[in-house]
Design a protein around this ligand. Structure first.
Ligand code: SF4
Length: 472
């Protein structure tokens, strides 16, 4: 059931200062997806928190399903500053739709008194689709960079200060692209933060209810050819145990669930200490996907004490040949052995179909592996999530083509047939024809940017992008 803004606000606890009456400019923090997804996204939470660093701003949140802000029920048109964090490619169009519904012109050239700034993982992979819509695009990530950008708009509010001057200042910052000033996309800003981003607000209606998320590392030391994580976040950096503990202490006994966020958590040199410390504070611990080949015995012992209810692994493929192509060799025996030691209630497994050079047999091998896991772990719920390979700009396989729709349907069908009735297995195939749009968003150029500007709805957008010979 959809929750009202009042209910959502009541579900939250926050470390952020309340605004009272001493503010002068409304600033919108937009997450073009649902409230539960946004409130579990550390990038969006960081944007919203850093807006609070400036007393002049009254930061208010917008999610896909609401036409008004959560805090004051005001439409987007009442906000001179609109900043969006876009984590997923499919949210590009949601964002444009939110601008339209909020009474804000989607054409950057036609907006005079408001400024639209976008950032986030999807934008860092490919900022081009929003280049005619956003005034400024932040390519990169990091709390300090976000704070620097927010300081400019807080001290020079659009509508009072000249928009041209604001954009001129922003265009000189690392990683900030102002398409109206420069046709060339700048290099990504390299983050310089030494303190980890963490949730400064949590909600019981978040996708990860009442959980404080803390990013324990940035980037990834591996370079799987399909994955954009190193492209977006590297250089790889482990936040120190002390800084991670400090973030947790800010919540001082108000939070009892902590999610450790990172791409290579098992490679954090202080992971054992972090888990022991959280165990001693009697909090439930959740970890992002673990690379089995990197888990040390002492970490497994600490994890066992933490009694984690759910474990996540991303084998990606079950084919020996493809494992060596992508450089991720997750042994089935090791996975089963670790799950037996940790006895989680649930394990989540992530696989990809449509990888280059994949065959039907490679996909059938996934089902075979999952059945073996299900036979070995009869008391564990096994959630198998299957995504299609989508080429991403800047990755080793960014120039590859996405597998044709009919082929992906057939491969998904193989898994449905072989795994549909396995008792403790839930199969989620996250592929439909519409997912192909992600390919155009993550690799498209000016053709996609033009289509974004002129298309009034998603159907029209797909039609316009297809005209440019995209197989979507
Ligand atoms: S798939 Fe995982 S291990 Fe590989 S590069 Fe991406 S985040 Fe790193």
């Amino acid at each position: 059931m959809r929750k009202s803004p009042e209910n959502l606000l009541l579900s939250e606890i926050s470390l952020l200062p309340s605004r009272g009456k001493k503010w002068s400019v409304r600033a919108a923090a937009v997450f073009p997806n649902s409230y539960p997804v946004g409130m579990s996204n550390i990038g969006f939470l960081t944007l919203f928190a850093r807006m609070h660093d400036f007393h002049q701003l009254y930061p208010q949140r917008f999610f896909k399903n609401f036409d008004v802000s959560l805090e004051e029920r005001m439409p987007l048109s009442a906000f001179p500053i609109i900043a969006a964090s876009i984590a997923y490619e499919m949210d590009f169009f949601n964002f444009v739709d939110m601008l339209r519904r909020g009474g804000v012109s989607v054409d950057a050239r036609q907006r005079e008194n408001s400024i639209v700034i976008v950032g986030g993982a999807a934008v860092t992979i490919n900022p081009v689709p929003l280049s005619l819509i956003a005034d400024a695009i932040f390519i990169g990530q990091g709390k300090n960079s976000i704070r620097r950008i927010m300081q400019v708009v807080a001290e020079n509010p659009p509508g009072i200060s000249s928009k041209v001057e604001i954009l001129n200042i922003l265009s000189k910052f690392d990683g900030v692209w102002v398409p109206a000033i420069d046709k060339n996309i700048p290099a990504r800003a390299i983050p310089d933060d030494e303190t980890p981003p963490f949730s400064e607000i949590v909600s019981s209606f978040s996708a990860l209810p009442n959980m404080m998320l803390v990013q324990i590392q940035r980037g990834c030391p591996f370079r799987c050819p399909f994955c954009a994580t190193p492209t977006i976040y590297n250089p790889f950096y482990n936040f120190s145990f002390d800084k991670i503990a400090e973030s947790f202490e800010r919540w001082a006994n108000r939070i009892f669930r902590v999610g450790l966020v990172g791409s290579a958590i098992a490679d954090h040199p202080e992971l054992g200490n972090i888990i022991d410390y959280l165990n001693s504070r009697k909090v439930e611990i959740y970890t992002s996907s673990l690379r089995l080949d990197r888990l040390k015995p002492e970490t497994i012992s600490s994890l066992r004490l933490s009694r984690q209810k759910s474990l996540t692994f991303a084998p990606e493929t079950a084919s020996e040949r493809l494992k060596s192509t992508i450089g991720k060799d997750v042994s089935l025996e090791r996975l089963i052995e670790i799950c037996e030691k940790l006895s989680p209630r649930e394990i989540k497994l992530y696989y990809i179909i449509g990888l280059p050079e994949e065959t039907d047999d490679d996909v059938a091998a996934i089902a075979k592996d999952v059945k073996k896991i299900s036979d070995a772990l009869t008391k564990t719920r096994i959630v198998v999530s299957v995504n299609a390979f989508i080429p991403k700009k800047g990755t080793k396989w960014g120039h590859r083509k996405m597998a044709p729709h009919a082929l992906l349907q057939r491969r998904a069908g193989i898994l449905r047939r072989l795994l549909g009735n396995v008792k403790n297995v839930r199969l989620n195939i996250n592929y439909k024809r519409r997912s192909r749009l992600q390919w155009a968003f993550s690799c498209g150029e000016d053709d996609v940017a033009n289509a974004m500007l002129k298309s009034k709805d998603l159907n029209e957008l797909v039609k316009n992008i297809r005209k440019n010979r995209w197989d979507i």
